[in-house]
Design a binder for this molecule. Structure first.
Ligand code: DGJ
Length: 730
């Protein structure tokens, strides 16, 4: 009984009783009919109700699809306020807070109207307009549902028509309410080179906040993603949960408040910390989208929903192919010249890769970029290293039948640069305080339109001069500290928000001119991995840590929220593992190389060429198949996952033995997502160049899907740091 109650997460009547008192002046005689506003996807309903007595909007349901959402009209459950304000009778954390220009610090929101748009058969946008009965302030709650993917986006638009500006202090994108016995929060924290470490804890009474205050990027210590499991902890296949994330490349906040009755409010949006925002009359303040999916089949289903949504809507060109590439960062760092680079073009060709990516160090003349202490901001080819310019390299690449890509970091400047000398007012730095460096650099003031133009021109100028450039890696190696914008003058609290919106403005303009150029998002590793930026980027650099053992955990973490085609993994010389292990780890996402090809033995080279050919043959399944995480490295000394094509006729399984104790044996692994009635052939690929097979006796065997999913396969060996890849074909 309790289970059923909890499963459907109906919202208790009494919780918001206090908040549901009619606004002063209204009476029972004024009561209007309730209005039910049902939104939802194929498998989820999110339902609101306008209470005719007080005119306020309540969330009455969030959970698995109801047979008839309209039946909630008969329910006496009032639900919880959908978007609580501050200053009148709300006693909990508000979703929105403002001070009117007459100094009144309160906001009251009542329902005005709602309507829906249907851009296509799969997508519905519901707009619910609320307004303050006393002040000309309007707030629109937008709910965009992606039916087939079971994903919902929520964002808010705030407009004021008072005679003078007013100040906004809180401006959540979304507020969701839950009533469950217990709440389990899974968060992902880390640092540079140790991204996406997973932690799970029970939410207790009071407030828990996940946030960031880094300014230029969403994160370094916390990634803007979470799972919230209801009642019991969820696992890969069971449990009710939401997976949530914010599409915003700056300061974010997720606030979880468990009240005295055990109800939970989840408020998501831009971090309001030090960011009060003045809105001018008639101007719209729009929040970024909070993106979530509800799953009642555990975390695996939640991830697959997000992956499908990301491919179809969330990531730039999500359904187009990606390039395999050779990057020179870890092999040359700043030390290269034309002959060295042309040799790397040869290596790109030799391996069978699509593209060569020239990383940091190619620019700056007065202050050459020969290390990370100089040159950033001076985007002219360094004459000593590249006497014939980028155009020459593009041509050389073309001669070899490979493409050419380039690294930039256009939002930043070294104090040792001509840009710093010419435009000190374009740089974020506090007056009366010393400059504060991180990686010897400062952040440009992107809120200034001149800086926006400069950044646009850096990219556009380069692409115009060398139209053959086929790929960009856009880096952002520091957060904001000691930041002050000369341009914003007395509106310094706008900086965090305006910076990100200005960045999006530049990216938008670039995308109009270069709609399909692949661009890798990088931020000193994975510091800017969020769905706000990924609207403009085709992929992201997940971490500077390329030790494959660490990568198993990092990539595992990303896989919960981001699809494999976007997660760039390079085979490098970090770590002491075999080339096979390094290759197999990189292959579970978007594979690339960053190692000295010239130092590979013949056998290693042949192994790599074959692995790249395998990858190209299987990349559609790896990138767009359904991901099933079978054994978690957080639970065993191994990690096993597989991708299955939508037709269930092809699958690729990756198994990594991370560590093992003397005599330890591993059980068979039950596969998922196959068709029980089909027969599948198991073939081991990426066989180690020593000729030793790590996959025990399964190579060449055939089994039914039913057998594979109920009895399972022996995968991997007991030896530490070994791996197996199985191609599974109907
Ligand atoms: C940080 C990135 O994460 C690296 O891959 C590399 O591009 C360096 N920046 C270059 O400075």
């Amino acid at each position: 009984m309790k289970k059923i109650f909890l499963l459907i997460i109906l919202i208790c009547t009494t919780c918001d009783f206090l908040m549901s008192q009619p606004p002063a002046g209204s009476s029972q005689a004024d009561r209007k009919p309730d209005v039910l506003i049902a939104t939802g996807t194929l498998n989820t309903d999110l339902v609101y109700k306008v209470n005719g007595r007080d005119g306020r909007l309540y969330q009455v349901y969030l959970g698995p699809k109801l047979d008839n959402a309209l039946s909630l009209n008969q329910s006496r459950d009032q639900g919880h306020l959908a978007y609580p304000t501050f200053g009148t009778d709300n006693l909990f954390e508000p979703a929105i807070r403002m001070t009117h220009n007459d100094g009144n610090p309160s906001l009251e929101l009542v329902y005005v109207s709602h309507n829906t748009d249907k851009p296509d058969a799969n997508v519905t946008i519901t707009h619910i307009l609320l307004s303050d009965p006393q002040y000309p302030v309007e707030v629109t709650l937008n709910i965009k549902t992606f039916s087939a993917e079971d994903v919902i986006e929520q964002w808010v638009e705030i407009v004021q028509n008072e005679s003078k500006p007013l100040i906004l202090y809180n401006y959540a994108s979304s507020m969701l309410n839950f009533d469950a016995d217990k709440y389990w929060l899974t968060q992902f924290h880390g640092d540079w080179a140790e991204e996406m470490k997973m932690q799970e804890s029970e939410l207790t009474s009071g407030i828990k906040i996940l946030d960031s205050k880094l300014g230029t990027r969403a994160h370094m210590y916390q990634t803007p993603v979470f799972f919230l499991s209801l009642n019991d902890k969820s696992d890969e296949t069971t449990g009710d949960l939401i997976a949530g994330t914010l599409g915003w490349s700056g300061n974010f906040q997720f606030l979880f408040e468990v009240d005295e009755k055990g109800s939970l409010r989840v408020i998501s949006g831009i971090n309001p910390f030090a960011s009060e925002y003045k809105i001018e009359p008639g101007k719209i303040f729009s929040t970024p989208a909070f993106i979530f999916t509800y799953s009642n089949h555990g975390k695996g289903q939640a991830s697959r929903n997000l992956h499908h949504w990301a491919a179809n809507y969330g990531i730039m060109d999500g359904n187009r192919p990606r390039y395999t590439l050779l990057n020179n960062w870890e092999t040359t760092y700043f030390s290269f010249d034309e002959p060295k680079l042309t040799a790397l073009l040869d290596d790109t060709k030799k391996l069978g890769l699509d593209l060569f990516l020239l990383d940091d160090g190619w620019f700056g003349n007065k202050y050459p970029r020969n290390n990370d202490r100089a040159g950033l901001g001076d985007w002219q080819e360094n004459k000593a290293k590249l006497p014939d310019g980028l155009g020459y390299l593009v041509k050389e690449a073309d001669k070899r039948g490979v493409k050419f890509g380039i690294w930039i970091e256009p939002e930043m400047v070294n104090p040792k640069s001509e840009l710093y000398e010419k435009h000190p007012d374009w740089i974020l730095k506090l007056p009366n305080r010393p400059e504060n460096y991180f990686r010897n650099q400062l952040v440009l003031d992107l809120t200034n339109p001149k800086v926006q133009e400069f950044v646009y021109n850096v990219v556009d100028g380069m692409l115009t001069a060398s139209p053959g450039i086929a790929f960009i890696k856009w880096d952002c190696n520091r957060m904001m500290t000691n930041a002050y914008s000369t341009y914003l003058k007395d509106e310094q609290s706008h900086l965090y928000i305006d910076y990100v919106n200005s960045l999006y403005g530049v990216l938008e303009k670039l995308r109009q001119k270069y709609p399909h150029l692949p661009v890798m998002l990088c931020s000193g590793g994975g510091g800017r991995v969020d769905y706000g930026a990924l609207r403009y980027f085709t992929e992201f650099w997940a971490s500077d840590d390329t030790d494959p053992l660490e990568r198993v955990y990092i990539q595992w973490g990303y896989s919960y929220f981001f699809p494999s085609f976007a997660v760039c993994n390079h085979i490098t010389s970090w770590g002491k593992q075999s080339l096979k292990f390094r290759t197999d780890v990189a292959m579970m996402g978007k594979m690339g190389y960053d190692l000295k090809v010239s130092e590979l033995s013949d056998k290693e080279l042949k192994f790599s060429q074959d692995a790249i050919a395998n990858y190209k043959r299987l990349s559609d399944v790896i990138w767009h198949g359904d991901l099933y995480r079978l054994i978690s490295p957080y639970e065993e000394n191994r990690a096993v996952l597989m991708y299955v094509s939508s037709a269930k006729d092809k699958a690729v399984l990756f198994a990594y033995t991370l560590n093992s104790r003397f005599g330890e044996t591993f059980n068979k692994v039950k596969l998922q997502g196959l068709d029980p009635a089909k027969t599948y052939k198991i073939q081991e690929i990426n066989i180690a160049y020593e000729g030793r097979r790590f996959g025990p006796s399964e190579n060449g065997k055939s089994y039914s899907g039913d057998y594979l999913m109920k009895i399972g396969l022996n995968v991997g060996s007991g030896a530490p740091l070994t791996s197996t890849v199985f191609e599974i074909t109907e």
